[in-house]
Design a protein around this ligand. Structure first.
Ligand code: ADP
Length: 481
C-alpha cells in the first residue's frame, strides 16, 4: 500500500472554514479502496484535540517556532490523525486563522510554518514505524512542506500541493528565513522569494513535485492573469506538472433516499416523490404554492465571487416571468440587504433566509427546479454537485469546476440525451438573464425536465473518481526525480 501524509490546516468534521476541509476529511476515507493509506496531520486546535481518541505522544520538539510541542497520533471522526500539539501556536478557540478581532493572528507565519515543518519531518520518518511515500500539502498553510523537503535534500518523499483557494497565499515580509529554518538560497526566484518577501504558496508551487487543483478548467484558468492571482506566470512554468481533479461529495450524507431532512424520499429509480418536496419548500419560504412557474434556489456564501449581485439584478425579471426564488446564504451586508429587500418587494415570489443552515440546504436541493450558481470564479464548487445528486438542474456560470460538472442543455446535448443543466458565459447580468429565459423554456417541457433531473441524479459525484485520480497521481510520483 502506498503511504501518503496529508498536511492540512482543517478537516471536516473536526474543523472547517471551506472546501479544503471537505477534501481533507473525505479523501482519506475514499483512498484505501485504491490501495493508498492516508494519514492526516492537523494543527492541535482545541476542536481537534478534544475529539482525539486514545492519543499517544509519538514525537517531541523542545522548541518549535518559539515553544515546546509534541506530535500526537490518534483517531477522530474515522480519520487516522497526527496532531501537532503546540499550545503556544494552536491552543486558541474559534476560527483557525482569525483572532477575536476578526483579523489574522499576528503569528500565522510561524503557526503554519510549524505545521509544514512537522509535516516534512513526519513524512520523512521522524516517528518510529511511520514514513510516507508522498507528502500531500493543502493550500498556503501547508505549502512550505514541499519547500522544507526540497531544501532538506534526499532521501525525501515525493510532494504534491493542492490549490483550493489561491485568494490566500501566505505572503510575509521581514527577516524570516532564519526563524523559519530555511537556507539563504531559498530567498530566490527558484525558492520562496515573492515580491521582496516570503511567499508560502509561491514557494510550494515552485518546489512541489506535482501541483493539483480542484477542476481541470480551473487548472487551465489559473494559467491566465485573469484567474492566476499574480501566480499565473509561475504556474505557466509548472504547467506540465499541474493537474485538475474535481472534488466529490459524500453521497451517503447527500442521499435523497435516506436524508432525514427530505420530507418525501426519492431516488433516480423512484424519482416521482420529489415533486411533493416543492410545495413543502414553498411553505418554508412563504412562497405562493399555486404558482405554475419554475422555482429557483440558491445555497451560497453571499460574496462577489459567487456572482449573486448578478442574480439580485435579474430577480425582478425572473419574478415578472412567473418564477420564484428561494435563497439561503450569508455574507456581505449589501447582498444580504439586497435579497431581504427583494423578499419584501415580491412577497410570495421571493423568499430568503439569511444564515447558515445545513438542513435547509438539503431541503432546497430536494425541492427547487433549478439551483443557481452564477460565480465569477469557482475552483470546483460543491453546491452544483449536491444539486445534481438531488435532481435540481444547476444553472451555472461556465467557469472552473462549474464548467466541468454541468452539461448545458444545448441542442446537441438534448438530442444526445445527456444534458444536466444550463450554463452561461460570461458571468454578467445579460448572460444570466438569458440563461434564466432558457430555464423557463426548458421548464415548459416536462419530458426534458425529467431527463435533466435523471441525468443529474445518475451522475457519479462521489469521491470514487477523485480518489482514483489522486491515487494515480501519487503512483506517478512514488519515485521523485
Ligand atoms: P465555497 O467553498 O466557495 O463556499 P462550495 O460550493 O465549494 O463553495 O461549498 C459550499 C458548501 O457550503 C456547500 O456544501 C453548500 O451547501 C454549503 N453552504 C454554503 N452556504 C450555506 C448556507 N448558508 N447554509 C448551509 N450550507 C451552506
Amino acid at each position: 500500500m502506498l503511504s501518503v501524509l496529508s498536511i492540512a490546516s482543517e478537516a471536516f468534521p473536526l474543523i472547517k472554514t471551506g472546501g479544503l476541509a471537505d477534501v481533507a476529511g473525505a479523501l482519506p476515507l475514499a483512498l484505501p479502496r485504491e490501495n493508498v493509506e492516508m494519514r492526516v496531520l492537523l494543527p492541535g486546535y482545541p476542536a481537534v484535540t478534544a475529539k482525539l481518541d486514545s492519543a499517544e505522544a509519538v514525537h517531541d520538539y523542545l522548541d518549535l517556532m518559539g515553544g515546546p510541542a509534541r506530535v500526537l497520533a490518534g483517531k477522530a471522526a474515522g480519520l487516522d490523525l497526527f496532531v501537532l500539539d503546540a499550545p503556544h501556536l494552536f491552543d486558541r478557540p474559534g476560527n483557525p486563522y482569525l483572532g477575536p478581532d476578526g483579523r489574522d493572528w499576528p503569528d500565522n507565519a510561524f503557526r503554519f510554518a510549524a505545521l509544514a515543518r512537522v509535516g516534512a519531518d513526519v513524512a520523512k520518518g521522524v516517528i518510529p514505524g511511520y514514513a510516507a511515500d508522498v507528502a500531500h500539502a493543502h493550500d498556503w498553510q501547508a505549502a512550505l512542506a514541499p519547500v522544507y523537503l526540497h531544501y532538506d535534500g534526499a532521501p525525501r518523499p515525493a510532494t504534491v500541493l493542492t490549490l483550493h483557494n489561491m485568494g490566500f497565499q501566505g505572503h510575509y515580509y521581514g527577516d524570516l528565513l532564519g526563524p523559519l529554518g530555511l537556507p539563504a538560497e531559498a530567498m530566490s526566484l527558484d525558492g520562496v522569494e515573492y515580491f521582496g518577501g516570503v511567499g508560502y504558496l509561491k514557494g510550494g508551487i515552485r518546489l512541489a513535485d506535482k501541483i493539483a487543483t480542484v477542476s481541470p478548467t480551473y487548472a487551465r484558468e489559473i494559467l491566465t492573469p485573469e484567474f492566476g492571482m499574480a501566480l499565473d506566470g509561475l504556474l505557466r512554468s509548472r504547467a506540465a506538472d499541474l493537474e485538475g481533479i474535481v472534488n466529490g461529495i459524500d453521497d451517503e450524507i447527500w442521499n435523497p433516499e435516506t436524508d432525514p431532512t427530505v420530507p418525501h424520499a426519492y431516488s433516480a429509480l423512484k424519482p416521482e416523490p420529489r415533486a411533493a418536496n416543492k410545495p413543502t419548500l414553498q411553505r418554508k419560504f412563504a412562497l405562493a404554492g399555486a404558482a405554475a412557474g419554475p422555482l429557483f434556489g440558491v445555497v451560497s456564501r453571499l460574496t462577489s465571487q459567487k456572482g449573486l449581485d448578478l442574480l439580485l439584478a435579474c430577480t425582478p425579471g425572473l419574478v415578472a416571468r412567473g418564477g420564484q426564488l428561494a435563497l439561503l446564504g450569508s455574507g456581505e451586508p449589501a447582498l444580504e440587504d439586497g435579497f431581504r429587500g427583494l423578499a419584501s418587494a415580491f412577497p410570495g415570489q421571493v423568499g430568503c433566509v439569511i444564515g447558515y443552515d445545513e438542513a435547509l440546504a438539503h431541503m432546497i436541493q430536494a425541492g427547487v427546479d433549478f439551483l443557481v450558481v452564477p460565480s465569477r470564479f469557482e475552483p470546483c464548487g460543491l453546491t452544483q454537485l449536491c444539486a445534481l445528486r438531488y435532481g435540481a438542474a444547476p444553472l451555472v456560470a461556465r467557469v472552473g469546476g462549474l464548467a466541468d460538472t454541468v452539461i448545458d442543455a444545448n441542442e446537441a446535448a438534448l438530442t444526445a440525451g445527456v444534458a444536466t443543466g444550463v450554463q452561461f458565459y460570461p458571468p454578467d447580468i445579460g448572460a444570466l438573464d438569458y440563461a434564466i429565459t432558457r430555464a423557463f423554456d426548458l421548464y415548459r417541457d416536462p419530458v426534458i425536465m425529467r431527463r435533466l433531473r435523471l441525468n443529474g441524479m445518475r451522475a457519479d459525484v462521489s469521491w470514487r473518481h477523485p480518489a482514483r485520480a489522486y491515487a494515480a497521481l501519487y503512483a506517478k510520483l512514488r519515485t521523485p526525480s
